[in-house]
Write a protein that binds this ligand. Structure first.
Ligand code: GLA
Length: 399
């Protein structure tokens, strides 16, 4: 009897002490921050200038973004990458390098804002940035507040010197700090894909690097950096994870930096657009050839990148070096890139079946680089494609 009573009394204790079911332990869902509903567009210092930056370089880039017509077609973020930092002051507040930025960051942000542009900056989740400037570890809320006071609209947050830090926890911490700053700040997570940020980054950041750094070349590796084709291959299976406000980031553009031909740069730009990638130019905007400017300002290709449906394209056909990449658009049309990875010109066909269209559907084809309607096709469209080149078209059902 006594034993039975004791057992009865123990039941509630046992229930209380029982570990919660997995679903009870889930964090409340994070809400999107409402920013970057289409992939961010702008310019960043790193690919061309690396650490050779100062306020003059950045002001001139902002001037050129406007005078070149790039701002008018959507490039709005001017982002300072690594190497702007000085030391932390007596309060631990991060300061700009006074030799490179004698007027201070606030003045630079004001200059950029006065041009109708937005301003971005760079930090790192670890002890140091990749170029060994002070990182934000232990200063997350303090740095976010400083950025907000400076008028920062975009933060690229790198992953060097992070030791045993957990990526999701570290990026979530800075995401919360940015939200607490009271300013709308696009959060660009630069973790290189090592902890698969596409699986957890959706409401943490607005974009996440999915690969190692790009270099200005078509194919292959240079140290840890990858050519355009190598990055493309790593992007192929990530299409389910992109959408308005949360993008896979295959790294910034190399268009115009001199290591590739104009044909290759057109391919690079077309593929980034079909991938719904951020379009962050990385060349010297004050010294562009007309061909490079024409690539970066092709409004029909940019419209594919910025399509409001936000669906990332994928590889729908492959035969050796010849590939077809396609992306559904909000209108129901498809954007298609015929890619020739080989060096000799080749004929490539896109079949409607690979676009999810009935074979008998008549559809109007428009070539986005020729800016020319190519008539109505049924079932497929075939084009001659230069080596290391693309033909990019939209396919619109003619009903
Ligand atoms: C890392 C990033 C690059 C760039 C550099 C700066 O390599 O992936 O994009 O920001 O650091 O040091």
């Amino acid at each position: 009897m006594i034993l039975a009573l004791a057992a009865l009394l123990l039941i509630p204790l046992l229930t209380l002490g029982h570990p919660a079911k997995a679903e009870d332990r889930k964090e409340p869902p994070r809400q999107p921050n409402g920013l970057a509903l289409t992939p961010p567009m702008g310019w960043n210092t790193w690919n061309k200038f690396a650490c050779e930056i100062n306020e003059e370089v950045i002001r001139k880039a902002a001037d050129a973004l406007v005078s070149s017509g790039m701002a008018a077609v959507g490039y709005k973020y001017v982002v300072i990458d690594d190497c702007w930092h000085g030391a932390r002051d007596a309060h631990g507040d991060i300061q700009a390098d006074p030799a490179r930025f004698p007027s201070g960051i606030r003045a630079l942000a004001d200059y950029i804002h006065a041009k109708g542009l937005k301003f971005g900056i760079y930090s790192d989740a670890g002890r140091l940035t990749c170029a060994e400037r002070p990182g934000s570890l232990g200063h997350e809320y303090q740095d976010a507040a400083q950025y907000a006071a400076w008028g920062v609209d975009y933060l690229k947050y790198d992953w060097c010197f992070t030791g045993t830090q957990d990526a999701k926890a570290a990026y979530t911490l800075m995401s919360d700090a940015l939200r607490a700053s009271g300013r709308d700040i696009v959060f660009s997570m630069c973790e290189w894909g090592t902890a698969k940020p596409w699986l957890w980054g959706r409401n943490v950041g607005n974009l996440w690097r999915s690969t190692w750094d790009i270099y200005d070349g078509w194919q292959g590796r240079q140290g840890n950096s990858l050519g355009v084709m190598d990055i493309l291959d790593q992007m192929a299976e990530l299409y389910p994870y992109a959408g308005p406000g949360h993008w896979n980031d295959p790294d910034m553009l190399e268009v115009g930096n001199g290591g590739m031909s104009d044909t290759e740069y057109r391919a690079h730009f077309s593929l980034w657009s079909v991938l719904a990638a951020p379009l962050i130019a990385g060349n010297d905007l004050t010294n562009m050839t007309p061909a490079i400017k024409a690539i970066l300002t092709n409004t029909e290709v940019i419209a594919v990148d910025q399509d409001p449906l936000g669906a990332q394209g994928r590889r729908v056909a492959k035969q050796g070096d010849l590939e077809v990449w396609a992306r559904p658009l909000a209108s129901g049309d498809r954007a298609v890139v015929l890619l020739n990875r080989g060096t000799a010109p080749a004929t490539i066909t896109v079949n409607w079946a690979d676009l999810g269209y009935p074979a008998k559907l008549p559809a109007k084809v428009r070539d986005l680089w020729l800016a020319k309607d190519q008539g109505t096709s049924k079932g497929s469209y075939t084009a001659e494609v230069a080596g290391h080149g693309v033909v990019m078209v939209t396919v619109r059902p003619a009903v």
